[in-house]
Design a protein around this ligand. Structure first.
Ligand SMILES: *[C@@H]1O[C@H](CO)[C@@H](O)[C@H](O)[C@H]1NC(C)=O
Ligand SMILES: *[C@@H]1O[C@H](CO)[C@@H](O)[C@H](O)[C@H]1NC(C)=O
Length: 206
């Protein structure tokens, strides 16, 4: 527009104008660059998020399929037998387990322990494995057991410990220490009560 003017504007005026034009050009370029980098950042974020979602391992799931404490009596040591189902819910990720140790607790006291219910094993994706245990235990506290037998339900806590690694294709994650806790209740005959059947166990990493 300024070129169409018959007489050029004051030098100072002209200077100001080109300076303004240059300024708006730089601002625009800067804005463009900014949006471009923001876009790149966002795209990279989305790609990373999708990758993380596809690789992020889900923890295994544990349920008590069976648990029994036959011959439950204050006088004698108690034997426990159980079957815990261990499901790897991942589609593409396998899990390596170290030996699985099992403990049985009664009212906070450990009354049974087996250091190796099962030796180290590999669990393929989408696989369910039964962890079986036969644990012979110490005698239970007679006064508390008498009260529980009277009430018709005796609660135990079954704990499993192991160390696991996830395998994604050919890449292994570092080791996670795994701690599984299942609360179970048996009747006076030592058989699992229906309320405890297939109850999901809690799982912790530490
Ligand atoms: C353990 O429980 C699972 C699931 O209920 C069952 O399929 C399996 O046969 C049981 N194993 C034994 C030895 O009882
Ligand atoms: C789970 O994996 C184990 C070990 O590879 C295998 O013996 C078992 O048959 C598998 N179970 C199922 C239900 O695929």
């Amino acid at each position: 527009m300024s070129s169409l003017r018959p007489s050029p504007p004051q030098p100072s005026h002209h200077h100001l104008r080109t300076w303004r034009v240059r300024e708006s050009l730089t601002t625009r370029t800067a804005k463009l660059l900014c949006s471009f980098f923001l876009f790149l950042l966002l795209a990279a974020g989305v790609i990373l998020f999708v990758l993380w979602l596809s690789v992020h391992p889900h923890r295994p799931r544990f349920h008590v399929s069976s648990f029994s404490a036959p011959g439950l009596s204050p006088a004698a040591g108690t034997a426990f037998s159980f079957n815990v189902s261990d499901r790897n819910p991942n589609r593409n990720i396998g899990i390596f387990y170290d030996a699985v140790a099992g403990s049985v607790f009664y009212r906070g006291n450990r009354v049974g322990f087996e250091p190796e219910l099962v030796g180290p094993f590999y669990q393929p994706p989408k696989n369910t494995t039964a962890i079986l245990g036969e644990v012979s235990g110490a005698s239970l506290s007679p006064e508390e057991l008498a009260v529980d037998l009277q009430s018709g339900r005796v609660g135990f806590r079954l704990e499993l410990r192991s160390t696991i690694r996830f395998r994604v294709s050919t890449w292994d994650t570092h080791r996670h220490r795994l701690h599984v806790a299942c609360d179970v209740e048996v009747g006076p005959d030592g058989a699992l009560l229906e309320v405890s059947r297939s109850r999901r166990c809690s799982i912790y990493f530490f």
